[in-house]
Ligand binder design. Structure first.
Ligand code: BGC
Length: 425
């Protein structure tokens, strides 16, 4: 399968996943509270903060055309009225190095992590957090905007609100708090739209007209378990609550019930970012859990090490769905799998890229694919043991070793041609 000459292949990370060393954020505290399942700690991660050159070399070695990285709010704004220019300088250095190796940076401003002073003033439930986030956006884009044209304002607010306010597995650990989920959705929509405008206007004032701003949305395929009426009703409700309120609000500014936000009805995305991992089979039920449906596995399906179904066709279905709905370029901002033995990642990549290729050949404007993730890292509440990396990381020595699937992906990036993964090579 040949991909278009201007299609961009890359890999992705988030700041907290890899940087290590930062004690001023909600995940540090969560780790200290013993809430990470395997007992590992966000303060270790990949020590990337001290190994920028080494890690840029990993990106180079993969022949990536683009690289998605995050900046860490708690480093840049350690307290309400403080900006740490040394931290900003370090991000600038990393971005300059990426540009030197022809890896176009795509920068994420918020990826599940915030400074303790934000968390302690109510986090995303406090409307003031929107203003602080806009300040962060302003500072970062003014500082890096001459180097970076492509921005992701927010990563997966739906996943964050689910784990942090409904399932209780992420800080601040609230359970069943649907009201906060809805309130938070409104705040995120407002924050995104205002950040969208801020980024465009700063870059315009710097003389640039090639700005691309979007959100990395977590999207799942939801299929009915038994095709019962109740299954289908649950899916409608779940799609609205988990997907539509976020994607509609952050793309067209239309605020869907039951969310409240004072955003304007206007275009506020230059691309649709899709993070795709898996599908759920939905069994309808009336209990107010899991946003009204039960998520189950399809009988006999293949799964990864976290028991997520591997369902490549889902990627095609979702690209088609969102392209038909919004007619905007699609970036696959994350796609990958948890496979510590690298037993099926190569095939996973092949099967998913087959679906992307199919979408493109039907005229769906998919422009980029970012593999999640560059190297094994701190995988939120799962800790270091959930391994998604194209590189294996030894967290004791911080030695990174490319996996066979990583070598395979590097070849794909080099030639923009995808051949079946041959595990015997
Ligand atoms: C998140 C990543 C995470 C990945 C795998 C996505 O939902 O954006 O931060 O590591 O899933 O769990």
């Amino acid at each position: 399968m040949k991909f278009p000459h201007n299609f961009l292949f890359g890999s992705a990370t988030a700041a907290l996943h890899i940087e290590g060393g930062d004690k001023n954020n909600n995940w540090y505290r969560w780790s200290e509270m013993g809430r990470i399942k395997d007992g590992t700690h966000s303060v270790v991660a990949c020590d990337h903060w001290n190994r920028i050159d080494q890690d840029v070399a990993l990106v180079k070695n993969l022949n990536n055309h683009t690289y998605r990285l995050g900046i860490e709010w708690s480093r840049i704004m350690p307290s309400e009225n403080e900006i740490d220019y040394e931290a900003l300088k370090k991000y600038r250095y990393e971005i300059e190095e990426l540009i030197k190796i022809n890896a176009k940076p795509l920068v994420t401003l918020w990826h599940f992590c915030q400074p303790l002073w934000i968390e302690d003033s109510g986090g995303w439930m406090n409307p003031k957090t929107i203003e602080h986030f806009l300040k962060l956006t302003d500072v970062v884009v003014n500082y890096l905007g001459d180097l970076v044209s492509d921005w992701i304002t927010l990563n997966e607010p739906n996943v964050y609100l689910t784990f942090a306010y409904v399932e209780g597995e992420w800080p601040p650990g609230k359970q069943g708090d649907i009201k906060s989920y809805i309130k938070g959705a409104g705040h995120f929509i407002t924050a995104h739209q205002k950040a969208y405008d801020t980024i465009h206007s700063i870059r315009k004032s710097l003389g640039y007209h090639d700005t691309n701003v979007g959100v990395a949305h977590h999207v799942r395929v939801l299929d009915p378990l038994n095709n019962r009426w109740l299954d289908r009703q649950s899916i409608k409700l779940m799609n609205r609550m988990f997907h539509d309120i976020f994607i509609e609000g952050m793309t067209t500014g239309k605020v869907l019930f039951p969310v409240k936000s004072d955003v304007k009805r206007k275009h506020c995305a230059d691309f649709i970012g899709l993070n795709y991992y898996s599908r759920d089979m939905i069994k309808g039920c009336w209990k107010p859990i899991e946003l009204f449906g039960e998520r189950l596995l399809k009988a006999g399906c293949s799964v990864n090490e976290l028991e997520w179904e591997i369902y490549p066709e889902g990627l095609y279905r979702l690209c088609k769905h969102y392209y038909e709905k919004y007619n905007l370029p699609i970036y696959i901002t994350e796609n990958g799998t948890c496979d510590s033995r690298d037993a099926f990642r190569g095939k996973f990549i092949f099967d998913h890229l087959t679906q992307v290729h199919k979408a493109i050949s039907e005229g769906i404007d998919v422009q980029r694919y970012y593999h999640w993730t560059l190297m094994d890292n701190f995988e939120w509440a799962e800790g270091n043991s959930a391994r998604f990396g194209l590189y294996h990381n030894d967290f004791d020595t911080q030695v990174r070793t490319i996996r066979e699937s990583g070598k395979y992906y590097a070849e794909i990036c080099k030639r923009r041609v995808v051949e079946p993964f041959d595990s015997s090579i």
